[in-house]
Design a protein around this ligand. Structure first.
Ligand SMILES: [Zn+2]
Length: 396
């Protein structure tokens, strides 16, 4: 495997040639100009809309709301290397480097691969997922033909079970709107008139939670004890919550109501998640499901063990705390243009990308590997993106 270094152009080209055997048609050279990137992006939008009827096109610009300011991500210069993938190694995309999924690149997962009606993903996920599924089904069916069983999880979730039927790898959730989007799942916290009904509804559905804000009969939510409501009244008497920081402040109040403390809440609910970029997906099939309680049994399933060995061949990397949650780290150019950085369907690659000015990486892993004095000394030069790290942690 190529060594990771951050030299521009020549080294980049060498690395690409090593992986692809040729230079890909869409150049991933460093320091592309703004015009070049937007040109490619708008051409691709036209293609996507014409060819993919399931593509959701709502217009949309490349501007992303990051922190409290709007930044134009097409002005960014980055160095990119594409190297070999590795089995079962985390390479988590930083939500701060990608932002909210652009509507023009949002596609509905094909019916065979989704566990619910509405599962939307970044378009780069789909072809990789289809290929992975084809090979999973081949593998699993050959197991069954040879008389072996598929290990799944018992219906009552008390252990593993062996079955003799296999199903596609299906996704229960991929893209989920983040706090900068108007359909964010927690947008009700921004409206104080909805607090009582929503908190009560959630308390009814989750009897073991919201303990601190229930009245004596333990059923009715007492709004005067709600930290969310208190925070709202304290800060938004005369103004409306609008910035990301405002939303996070209220969201943390909600976590305190629900879980007793912000720290505890962060283990269960993320304010910002890789799902907001449409680059993370949760599997629900063959025993995998987004439920912490059965993590141990999920790790014994045939599907999990197969993905642990094979998912990287399709570009997918794990989040090891959650066996159902997998991710893709594309180049940022491909993320915004939807033009794939892999042209020959050999998806067994890893993208290493770093801002030219800032030295910041698009993955949490590279950030750790490359922590250098210089990076720490010049934190204000972000043409790339402001760090949003502290809010991008948590259950994804
Ligand atoms: Zn997830």
């Amino acid at each position: 495997m190529a060594t990771i270094t951050y030299n521009p152009a020549e080294t980049l080209q060498e690395a690409e040639e090593q992986v692809f055997g040729k230079k890909p048609p869409v150049s991933t050279n460093a320091q592309k100009s703004e015009e070049e990137i937007s040109q490619v992006a708008s051409q691709q939008r036209g293609i996507t809309e014409a060819q993919n009827q399931e593509a959701v096109s709502c217009g949309g610009s490349q501007k992303q709301v990051i922190g409290d300011s709007e930044q134009d991500l097409t002005t960014v210069s980055t160095n990119i290397q594409i190297i070999s993938g590795e089995p079962y190694t985390e390479n988590r995309p930083k939500t701060s480097a990608f932002g909210e999924l652009p509507p023009s690149n949002k596609v509905r997962m094909p019916a065979d691969f989704r566990a619910r009606g509405n599962v939307f993903a970044h378009s780069l996920i789909v072809s990789r997922f289809e290929l992975m599924n084809r090979e999973w089904m081949q593998f699993a069916n050959s197991l069954l033909r040879s008389g072996e069983k598929i290990v799944s999880v018992k219906k009552d979730e008390t252990g593993n079970t062996q079955v003799d039927r296999v199903e596609n790898i299906k996704i229960s959730s991929c893209y989920r709107p983040g706090p900068s989007d108007s359909s964010w799942a927690y947008r009700w916290i921004l409206n104080k008139n909805q607090h009582k009904a929503k908190l009560q509804g959630e308390a009814n559905a989750n009897p073991s939670q919201f303990v601190g804000i229930r009245s004596e009969n333990e059923k009715v939510v007492d709004l005067s004890r709600s930290e969310l409501h208190r925070r709202f009244k304290r800060r938004f008497k005369n103004t409306k919550p609008s910035t990301i920081a405002d939303k996070e402040y209220l969201f943390d109040g909600y976590l305190i109501d629900r879980y007793g403390s912000k720290q505890r809440g962060r283990r269960f609910l993320a304010f910002i998640s890789v799902h907001n970029s449409g680059l993370a997906f949760d599997v629900r099939s063959n025993g995998l499901i987004s439920k912490k309680a059965t993590t141990k049994y999920q790790k014994n399933t045939t599907l999990f063990k197969w993905m642990r060995e094979n998912a990287h061949k399709y570009g997918f990397t794990p989040y090891k705390r959650e066996p159902w949650h997998w991710e893709l780290l594309p180049t940022r150019e491909s993320y915004f243009s939807s033009i794939d950085y892999v042209q020959d369907k050999n998806y067994n690659v890893r993208v290493v990308e770093q801002g030219v000015l800032t030295g910041l990486s698009t993955s949490k892993r590279d950030e750790v590997l490359n922590k250098r004095e210089d990076d720490i000394k010049q934190p204000q030069q972000y043409s790339f993106l402001k760090e949003f790290e502290k809010t991008s942690q948590g259950v994804a």
